[in-house]
Design a protein around this ligand. Sequence first.
Ligand code: IMP
Ligand code: MG
Length: 181
Amino acid sequence: MTDKITLHDKTFVPYISNEELEKAIDKVAEKINADFADKSKKPVFLCVLNGAMMFTGEILKRCNFIAELMSIKMTSYEGTSSTGKVKVPMGLTGDVSGKDIIVIEDIVDTGNTIVALRDILLEKGAASVKICTMLTKPEVYKQSLPLDYVGMEIENRFIVGFGLDYDEIGRNLKDIYILEK
Ligand code: IMP
Ligand code: MG
C-alpha cells in the first residue's frame, strides 16, 4: 500500500488493505451462496454504479448459483459529504418485475440511496429486495431498512478506493484510503 496519496486538494492515508477487503468479501459471498443455493428463481445482482463496480465483480466471481446482472446509476455525494438528495442519472438496465433483487452497494452512509432504490424496485414490481454492501457507517445509518449482507463497518469518516471516489477520482485504487485528519 502506498503511504499517502493526493487526490484533487486532499491527502489520504492507508485505511483498509485489499487483503482485508477480500477476506470480508469471502464471508459475505458465503452467506449469499447459502441463502440462494436452492432457490429455483434466479436472482438479479443489481450493481449501483459507479461505486459498486469493483465490489460487484468480486461478488460475482464468488457466487455459485445462476443469476442475472443489472445496473443503475445513483448519486448523492458532492466532494466529501452527502447532499441529502439522491439523483438517478441512469435508470435500471433491465426488467425487475417478479424478480428477487440483491442490491450491491459500495457503502451505505445515510441510507438515502438504498431507501430510494428499494422504493424504485418495489414500484417496478420486484418480488424481494436484499441489500449487500461492502461497507457501512453505523453512526450515520438511521434507516429501518435492514442491511442483509455487510462486509465491514467503519467509522464516520470520508474514504476512497475500491470503487469509492473523491469527486470522481480514486476509484481504481485497490486498497481503501481515509482522509487525513
Ligand atoms: P447514502 O445515500 O448517504 O447512504 O450514501 C451512499 C453513497 O454515497 C455511496 O453509494 C457512495 O457513492 C457515497 N459515499 C458515502 N460515503 C462515502 C465515502 O466515505 N467516500 C466516498 N463515497 C461515499
Ligand atoms: Mg455509490
